[in-house]
Design a protein around this ligand. Structure first.
Ligand SMILES: *[C@@H]1O[C@H](CO)[C@@H](O)[C@H](O)[C@H]1NC(C)=O
Ligand SMILES: *[C@@H]1O[C@H](CO)[C@@H](O)[C@H](O)[C@H]1NC(C)=O
Length: 447
């Protein structure tokens, strides 16, 4: 059967839109109040020219109003989204201009002025984490697991969960209608806490009604430590979902796209399918020998190619829902991400399928492969040397609202009214909640 032009158009659109899920992600690490105050002149922005050259297109002139229209999003449709050059230029701008400024202190890992607060009580041993994060190590995690050859180097769990993270309190680089809170405010407003069962809760405010255009208080945290390799295991009970809501759990290098970006959980609105994506500097493509259950959307990981679609893979949900309300209804699960010289491999295990070695705190990804536990996404080394493309990665949780991706596809996702209108009512955000059992990082013991 021939593919209809409409279907084709929407497929293409989904890749573009997807990409911005990331473009934004990149930009996500780049904003600060001082940058926000800078006036952007896209015509003289070299980033625009870079994209123009990459796409064989002329630079576009962007108007402020157009950007606001996107943020408001009620009229967002295919027309609004093309050409995508505008969005990417906008995303890149703060990054290219100002990213380096953030490397002092908390660096791109965000800073809330509290980086001097008590040591990262949740980290265990210094391992080979590149460790921009500091702090004395407590040994709340018990002895290193040695059976699998992987050693626990950091554990974020229970009462000390938040001590290992910085709170990002700058504006949202992805232009969400959101007000990220510093640590003190997030805690005092009840937006970040550890519940009675020891689960870490991060959420958007769902009890305050706001004037139109006012950012809804929410949370974005960056791990204090950075990593050049490892196995990151997230056990999540529930994740944010719903119209206008755009959550992510992802990793980001120091100088996007150098250092790379690894998107582990990401989606928007009422999506039911998770999307995995890498964004890199030039030279990485998806190795055709990779073996995974997800659906490949794009193969070039280079951030400046193809509207920054990156190399994206959608979960095929073969082992249950990987995203949103359906994931939550199944009590969540485990996302395990291995990144090292072998490449980047991401497994999603629903709660009934979590390997025993993960439960025992001695994960062995080689054994998972031997046991036929196929990853949802895999990017094998072969086409590029991963250590050159992924380094000094911070892990990040965030919940933004509307903005480039969720706002851009708001209406086409079947969401009611306008995205900006949606933000005003607190009760619409009852489900904008991350509920996390733990994040653990393991590294391989030297042979
Ligand atoms: C799509 O966008 C165009 C340009 O902004 C607008 O004229 C048109 O009315 C929109 N269509 C829908 C269905 O929203
Ligand atoms: C977090 O998830 C756990 C496990 O499902 C649940 O028992 C707990 O009540 C949740 N916490 C909140 C604040 O919803």
């Amino acid at each position: 059967m021939p593919v209809s032009p409409l279907l084709l158009a929407s497929l293409l659109l989904s890749v573009v839109v997807t990409s911005q899920g990331h473009a934004q992600a990149n930009a996500r690490n780049s904003h600060s109040p001082s940058q926000a105050a800078l006036a952007w002149n896209p015509v003289s922005d070299p980033a625009v020219d870079i994209f123009a050259a990459a796409q064989g297109a002329a630079p576009l002139v962007l108007s402020r109003n157009e950007d606001e229209e996107i943020a408001g999003s009620s009229s967002a449709n295919h027309t609004v989204w093309t050409p995508s050059l505008r969005r990417h230029a906008g995303d890149l701008y703060p990054q290219r201009r100002t990213c380096k400024k953030h490397h002092k202190g908390g660096g791109q890992s965000g800073s809330d002025g509290s980086s001097s607060d008590a040591a990262d009580g949740s980290s265990i041993g210094s391992g080979s984490a590149s460790g921009s994060g500091s702090g004395s190590d407590s040994s709340s995690g018990g002895p290193p697991s040695s059976n699998s050859g992987w050693k626990l180097v950091t554990k974020h769990q229970g009462k000390t969960f938040f001590s290992g993270w910085n709170f990002w309190s700058y504006s949202d680089p992805t232009h969400g209608i959101v007000a990220y809170q510093d640590r003190e405010s997030a805690i005092s407003k009840g937006l970040a806490y550890v519940d009675a069962g020891g689960n870490a809760i991060m959420r958007a405010d769902s009890w305050t009604d706001l004037e139109k255009g006012v950012g809804r208080p929410s949370v974005r945290i960056h791990s204090k430590k950075t990593y050049d390799e490892g196995l990151v295991i997230l056990d999540v009970n529930a994740m944010p979902f719903g119209c206008s809501i755009w959550p992510a759990f992802w990793g980001n290098g120091p100088d996007w796209p150098n250092g790379g970006e690894i998107d582990i959980i990401e989606g928007v609105n009422d999506g039911k399918v998770n999307q995995y994506t890498l964004h890199t500097s030039q030279g990485c493509t998806l190795d055709p020998n990779s073996d995974f259950s997800g659906k490949q959307l794009s193969t070039n990981c280079y951030a400046l190619a193809h509207q920054n679609a990156g190399c994206a893979i959608k979960d095929a949900n073969v082992h249950g829902a990987s995203y949103g309300s359906a994931l939550n209804a199944a009590n969540g699960g485990v996302f395990a991400t291995r990144f090292d010289s072998t490449g980047v491999t991401i497994w999603f295990f629903n709660r009934n399928r979590i390997p025993d070695d993960v439960k025992a705190g001695q994960p062995d990804p080689d054994r998972w492969i031997e046991q036929g536990l196929k990853p949802s996404a895999q990017y094998k080394s072969g086409t590029c040397t991963f250590k050159d493309y992924f380094y000094k990665i911070n892990w990040i949780f965030d919940i933004t609202i509307c903005g480039e991706w969720a706002g851009g596809v708001y209406a086409s996702s079947g969401c009611p009214g306008t995205c900006a209108g949606r933000v005003m009512k607190g009760e619409n955000f009852a489900n904008a909640v991350w509920n996390v059992t733990y994040v653990k990082v393991f590294q391989q013991l030297p042979q």
